[in-house]
Design a protein around this ligand. Structure first.
Ligand SMILES: *[C@@H]1O[C@H](CO)[C@@H](O)[C@H](O)[C@H]1NC(C)=O
Ligand SMILES: *[C@@H]1O[C@H](CO)[C@@H](O)[C@H](O)[C@H]1NC(C)=O
Ligand SMILES: *[C@@H]1O[C@H](CO)[C@@H](O)[C@H](O)[C@H]1NC(C)=O
Length: 193
């Protein structure tokens, strides 16, 4: 989803001048979110359902009790893809940027995610240009015995499942591009499903 559409860049650049005038910038902000064992909470991007701010850098440190993991379900997802400056990034633990397993923008609801342990960081970064409404997700504490259960037609990306047909399609769909490894000359992995 990291596609540049040069043909529309000039128009978008012009529009972004308008956007800059009506937006404000946010300093880096960190919020702790503690979820009781087996409980759940909602996490919402700044200003939702209105346009999120430009130059935002907001981090949520999500934690739950020991012997539990964190399961993420998305309800809304609209993160501008122009200029590739707006992203939601997620990783295991509390060390922001370490052990990252997810990064996305776009308008497709991401898959359900499952952490490895009882702590997870989520960071929402936006650039100084176009914006959209952002995201709404549920973070649920689940027993640590919970395992990712991908169906036979899905590929296991470690923390989430994707459609199996996305394997070896020459576009990274699992974070880090693990779905494009060991593809040989295969055009698609349909033979593997
Ligand atoms: C968040 O939690 C960390 C570690 O427990 C703590 O050092 C920090 O002060 C907390 N931040 C806020 C804003 O509560
Ligand atoms: C969460 O549910 C699991 C399984 O039902 C249970 O074993 C565990 O004790 C629960 N955790 C809490 C904190 O209640
Ligand atoms: C956080 O992760 C970075 C690498 O991503 C590492 O260099 C650093 O030591 C880690 N910090 C802590 C406190 O673990």
């Amino acid at each position: 989803m990291r596609r540049r559409r040069r043909a529309t860049e000039m128009l978008l650049a012009a529009l972004s001048i308008v956007a800059v005038v009506i937006s404000f910038s946010d300093a880096q902000e960190i919020q702790n979110v503690t979820i009781a064992g087996n409980a759940s909470t909602r996490i919402i991007s700044p200003n939702f359902p209105f346009t999120y701010p430009n130059n935002a850098d907001k981090t949520w440190i999500v934690s739950t009790e020991e012997d539990h993991k964190i399961a993420i379900t998305f309800f809304q997802f609209r993160v501008d893809t122009n200029f590739d400056g707006d992203f939601l990034q997620i990783g295991d633990g509390t060390n922001v940027t370490a052990n990252q397993f997810f990064e996305e923008n776009g308008f497709t609801l991401p898959p359900n995610l499952l952490s490895n342990g009882n702590e997870m960081w989520m960071r929402f970064i936006t650039d100084d240009r176009l914006a959209d409404s952002g995201f709404v997700l549920a973070a649920a504490s689940v027993p640590s015995t919970e395992m990712l259960a991908c169906s036979r037609t899905e590929l296991d990306c470690g923390h989430y499942c994707i459609r199996g047909t996305l394997q070896c399609d020459r576009e990274a769909d699992c974070f880090g591009g693990t779905d494009e490894l060991n593809c040989g000359n295969k055009e698609s992995a349909n033979e593997n499903v």
